[in-house]
Design a protein around this ligand. Structure first.
Ligand SMILES: Nc1ncnc2c1ncn2[C@@H]1O[C@H](COP(=O)(O)OP(=O)(O)OP(=O)(O)O)[C@@H](O)[C@H]1O
Ligand SMILES: [Mg+2]
Length: 215
């Protein structure tokens, strides 16, 4: 069975592609057969894969703009990078077909407001409302101790969904993206520090996928 994780928020620029590419890299580097589907016309995830070149282990790229929904049979993990704007029907189909929904969010009043609306839409779906389909929030460009970070923590507590990672605002993220890499592709001290920050998300994802019968 393919464990499918969709990375989605209807807010632009919150880190969907950064989170999707990092999840895909982490899965592949841990030895899982991994595919990365790009639903966004901007094709940022597919560009990231192109920049990655022939680096092993290979991550299979899927252009889902025209062909929505088929995962390669052998894939153990499928990560779906979503666009900022998606029609209600497409969002519902994708969320229902995914095992886990990961929602990146920036610490800002505007992002909190948009995410609130998005979560309300998600909760129109019974499996989400009933807590059968996990929703994991990821705080991106997080600055520990800032007022914005404190407000975000308050906001997240109100949603009732877990905040599974706090990813700091660091120039290494655009820097690794430019090379088709992730913080998991390096073993320097700085990168290992960053990897540790992703660990709660990776653990939460794996626990839930294994619980759902994934390999
Ligand atoms: N933690 C971070 N620290 C610094 N820069 C970041 C971080 N996360 C993302 N960025 C940068 O912010 C920009 C937007 O991130 P990203 O492309 O992942 O967002 P997105 O939600 O996929 O955007 P879109 O809605 O356009 O698809 C990119 O240039 C990315 O490199
Ligand atoms: Mg994107």
């Amino acid at each position: 069975m393919t464990g499918t994780v969709c990375v989605i928020n209807l807010k632009g620029g919150c880190g969907k592609t950064t989170v999707a590419t990092h999840l895909a890299a982490a899965f592949a580097l841990s030895g899982l057969n991994t595919a990365l589907a790009d639903l966004d016309r901007q094709h940022n995830s597919l560009l990231w894969l192109k920049l990655r070149g022939n680096r092993k282990p290979k991550i299979r790229g899927l252009n889902w703009r025209s062909d929505f929904g088929a995962a390669p049979g052998k894939a153990q993990r499928l990560v779906v990078d979503c666009p900022a704007s998606m029609r209600g029907r497409a969002t519902r189909k994708l969320v229902l077909e995914s095992d886990i929904v990961v929602v990146p969010i920036l610490p800002s009043i505007f992002d909190e407001q948009s995410t609130k609306q998005f979560i309300k839409r998600l909760e129109e779906l019974k499996p989400i409302r009933k807590g059968k389909k996990p929703v994991l929030l990821v705080a991106n460009r997080y600055r520990p101790g800032s007022i914005a970070a404190q407000n975000l923590e308050k906001y997240v507590r109100k949603t009732g969904y877990p905040l599974s990672a706090r990813i700091p605002d660091r120039t290494i993220y655009p820097a690794v993206a430019e090379k088709g890499l992730s913080v998991f592709d390096h073993a320097t001290k700085t990168m290992r520090e960053q990897q540790a920050l992703w660990l709660p998300l990776m653990t939460a994802v794996e626990d839930r996928l294994r619980g759902a019968g994934g390999r």
